[in-house]
Design a protein around this ligand. Sequence first.
Ligand code: HEM
Length: 418
Amino acid sequence: MSITDGLDLVSSHAYASQGIPHDLWTRLRAESPVHWCTPPGFAPFWAITKHADICEISKQPEIFSSAEGIAMIPLAQEEIVRQQELAGSMRVIIEMDPPEHRSFRNVASPVFTPRAVKDMDEAIRTSAREIVDRLAGETGEGECDFANDVAAAHPLRILSTMLGVPRESEPDILRLTNQLFASDDPDLQREGEDRRQATMEMGLEFYQLFDRIIQDRRANPRDDLASLLANARIDGEPMGMMETLGYYLITFSAGHDTTKNALVGGMRALLEHPDQFERLKREPELLDSAVEEVVRWSTPVNHMKRKVLQDYELRGQKLRGGDWLVMFYASANRDEEVFDDPFAFRIDRRPNRHLAFGIGEHFCMGANLARRSQRALLQELARRLEWAELAGEPEQIHSAFVVGLKKLPMRYRIRPAA
Ligand code: HEM
């Protein structure tokens, strides 16, 4: 009998009820690292669970294509996406193949270099400080839901600043991204009986929000990402409206929930490994390696799908042109062949060749920003959090794509700002 039909690897409800399927991946890595899955309600696919195989695939975008979708969603939902006009015509870089992908990536990549991201440091540190000040309140003691009160607020402020979203629209954009990524989660999804209608309305709201910003930055360009995107040219021609909108959407949506889920996963790991948290407080020089370990440990982007364009042999398995494959980053990030004691959370782990930001052609464009954002918040917490503990059960988001906790209740005592 097959080890798995793959349903537990891609069903959002399985993630919500059973958590991340690490035991299953460990078995697959050992016994069937390129595993054929036929889950009911989903298209059949190859499950790729080894670090080396994900590297091999990601470096050959001409054979393994992103153009027909990157997330494994139920067939019924795929049909809705196909029918939706807006989603059908909105083009985003993460779903483009070379050579087109390169031209589009070049538009925004200057904003995400380490040097350019350093210019954002002031805004990033201010956001971290304000959020921890708010937690401290008057007395320094309290209870919060770390997921919503802290981890969501920080990237929201940073990305809104970069993309020109006014403060009063921040709650709207937060609600919309939650709806976009957790469309299966009964607590987060958009209300409405008809999923198709609800998704269309969501697209329209996004459009209205970003269109205002685009028009403003065309009339009054400034030195920011919002203006760069609004006035971008592709091969000498102005970037199309749907592509421009798609760029705002992908930057915001790719940057927000991922960073948030890394921060929540990191806080949980630090609460569950108090020796590591104490060490971080004593040795702030470990901040950079702590951030990498948090990202490896939480791996917020759980998987990416690719379409195989031509026959290809991988570890003795014959992949056929037209097949789907799904790369599970969280499995690669616990691969025993790459990581020493992979199930240990160690903030001084070096080397740490995790694949949480992907690799190759589509390597995360926001990786530097994500690192600096997490570093600033961890630094603020390590300096000021005197004591903290879980104040209830953490709850997993109903999602198998961008994964993490939707609730992390925490009791704490925080030192007032210096
Ligand atoms: C901890 C936080 C983050 C994680 C774990 C993460 C993860 C990833 C992964 C795995 C990919 C590769 C997708 C693929 O192979 O198809 C990716 C791509 C991307 N990420 Fe991130 N990301 C994070 C934060 C950010 C931030 C903050 C931004 C921007 C503000 C961002 C923007 C992007 C973009 C634009 C792409 C597409 C790149 C391309 O197609 O060339 N990400 N990210």
